[in-house]
Design a protein. Structure first.
Length: 234
């Protein structure tokens, strides 16, 4: 049975990946900074849990030691948005955002490289904003763009372990529930900005993650799951 560690796995897209991976017969480890949340989902799914904070390298080293008998796949969904205009940037929030998406996953790779089996893979998460600049999306855009390069360069560094990125459009993953009544407006606006005329569902992303885990001839790529949003001109 292949083992998969999902960091950010206690909620939203990470939890959806963990849930499907259990259904598909993987040995699933849910990694999250909130160990109680990870354990609660793990009990529900029949998985196990480990504490990993993408802002804290010591937790990565400890988790890698706990999983020293090996893992096959690593999926990382972490993000810490700092959605402000340039004049409003705050240094610490900027660093936190880069750490969640770029620096943290690189340090996870450092600690898990000795543990990852050579036939295994890593999936990291970018996002369509990396290719659609706009006011207030500076940090999200640059971090998402960096994730594309992270996948490419980490794939070369860790070969033959495969490393790929998924770049979602707007997905109703649970992440937008915090908008309350504003969520419907965001989803319909994003649907209008795609070629397929709808926003994304968690299953759109989970299907692609599960495919990438098995896609043994794909490495260093970014897969765009955004209904053609980058190609919509008007
Ligand atoms: N949903 C979308 O519309 C969309 C669009 C484009 C790109 N994406 C990208 O897709 C990925 C997953 O999206 P989502 O919808 O699941 O987003 P989300 O609801 O914001 O989830 C982010 C995940 O990152 C985890 N996380 C944040 N900081 C962490 C840290 N220091 N250590 C460990 N985990 C940490 C969160 O865990 P906690 O529970 O501890 O906060 C959560 O599980 C993200 O990278 C996001 O940027 C999503």
């Amino acid at each position: 049975m292949e083992r998969i560690l999902v960091i950010g796995g206690a909620r939203a897209l990470g939890a959806a990946v963990a849930r499907r991976a259990v259904q598909d017969g993987y040995d699933v480890v849910i990694g999250a900074r909130d160990l109680a949340a990870a354990e609660a989902l793990a009990v529900e799914l029949g998985a196990t849990a480990v504490r990993i904070d993408l802002q804290d390298e010591t937790t990565m080293a400890a988790a890698a030691a706990l999983l020293a008998d090996g893992i096959d796949h690593l999926v990382m969904t972490g993000s810490a948005p700092h959605d402000v205009r340039a004049v409003e940037l705050e240094h610490d929030k900027l660093v936190t955002a880069f750490t969640a998406k770029v620096i943290g996953p690189m340090l996870v790779a450092k600690h898990f490289a000795p543990v990852l089996r050579p036939t295994g893979s890593i999936v990291v998460f970018s996002g369509v904003v990396g290719w659609r600049p706009g006011p207030g999306s500076l940090v999200k855009g640059v971090t998402n763009g960096a994730v594309e390069y992270l996948a490419r360069h980490l794939a070369a560094d860790l070969a033959p372990v495969r490393v790929n990125a998924i770049s979602p459009g707007v997905i109703d993953s649970g992440a937008w529930d915090r908008l309350g009544d504003g969520k419907a407006g965001l989803l319909s606006k994003s649907a209008a900005g795609t070629l397929v005329g709808r926003s994304g569902e968690s299953d759109d992303i989970v299907d692609a993650v599960m495919w990438l885990l098995r896609a043994g001839f794909i490495s260093g790529e970014t897969v765009h799951l955004e209904g053609g949003a980058r190609h919509k001109t008007a």
